[in-house]
Design a protein around this ligand. Sequence first.
Ligand SMILES: C[S@@+](CC[C@H](N)C(=O)[O-])C[C@H]1O[C@@H](n2cnc3c(N)ncnc32)[C@H](O)[C@@H]1O
Ligand code: SF4
Length: 342
Amino acid sequence: MEYKCCDHILGSIDLSFSGFKYCNEVWEGPEYISYKGNDAFNKNEERRLKIIEEMKNGIIPERCKECPLLELKDWKEFDAKIYKITVFNWKHCNAACFYCSVHSDFNESIKKSDDYDSLPFIKKLIAEGRITEKSFIAFMGGEPTMLQEFPEILSLLIKKGCKLEVLTNGIKYEKLISDMLNAHNDNKICISLDCGTKETFKRIKRVDKFDEVINTLKQYIEDTKENSYKVRLKYIVLPNVNDNKKEIDKFFEVAKSIGITSVVRSVDHLESKMNTKNKAIETSVIKAYEYFAQQAKKYNMTLCEQNWADAIIENKVYNCRKISTLTKIKANLHFFFGKKNK
Ligand SMILES: C[S@@+](CC[C@H](N)C(=O)[O-])C[C@H]1O[C@@H](n2cnc3c(N)ncnc32)[C@H](O)[C@@H]1O
Ligand code: SF4
């Protein structure tokens, strides 16, 4: 049937610390149903079915109205198969990035998930035949390597032959991640280094663990050999912190020296929220974002797609930002001289 819908509504599940939803895009998306009782998961599924019916009748949820993923096309009937799961039902982390969108707890000793465990839900979805080898499961968090149930869930999904992605800060090496990378062509990891120096790392991550991350990266690259292109190194361009040539140059020198061949550029995704209306995205960020792509080309590295970040940079998200001339001049000066705010 032809109607306006998206893949997420038809088959995404977000296992989050605040509950469940059917979408984990950076756009506003649906609200979470908070986990207050055993039926929260089922309620999310009921809500999904209700929304699919509404969409068939042209009714789009308010928070989805401007989502670029909505498409008018002939959608297949709902078959309960899972297209994507994002697992991030805990916040515990061994870093404390100032930009962290989940405001992770900096606590190395806590290894429990927050409100509920995701393992029983993963097992349930496998048993019901909803997770197949076509399903894509991404681990976010908090830091996945800090989660007690992470190895068991990952092993189950590797066995099932799913497509997997782990977003990790790389402070702690996890052998199972290398096994995952070697298990399936589509599997990948992404490590946000966001810098090329120990000083900037400390400033961003608020822990002194730059060397640990470099060692982990080297280990994953060594473990995965011809699969090492699946180890992707990310740089979130942050205004007045790392949006300058010097830091980006250092990042590429480090990446090259350890054998990285795939890189990702990103921006603060809070920029995509509706409450940033009329807020200018700094020219220095836009320029740094472009410069990053030029350097990737120079170093012959693959620049992996991050469509939502491109959309923020291109001002396609809610299309409402205005940049003053003064902001542009200041941002340009900052970009070229790598000046840092105190
Ligand atoms: C919350 S983190 C958890 C995973 C892991 N601890 C890590 O840092 O990679 C999930 C992903 O979101 C990214 N992230 C966190 N806050 C962000 C923000 N404000 N803007 C853009 N990306 C962000 C991280 O770089 C990471 O790739
Ligand atoms: S490493 Fe990840 S989860 Fe931890 S504080 Fe940074 S972005 Fe948040």
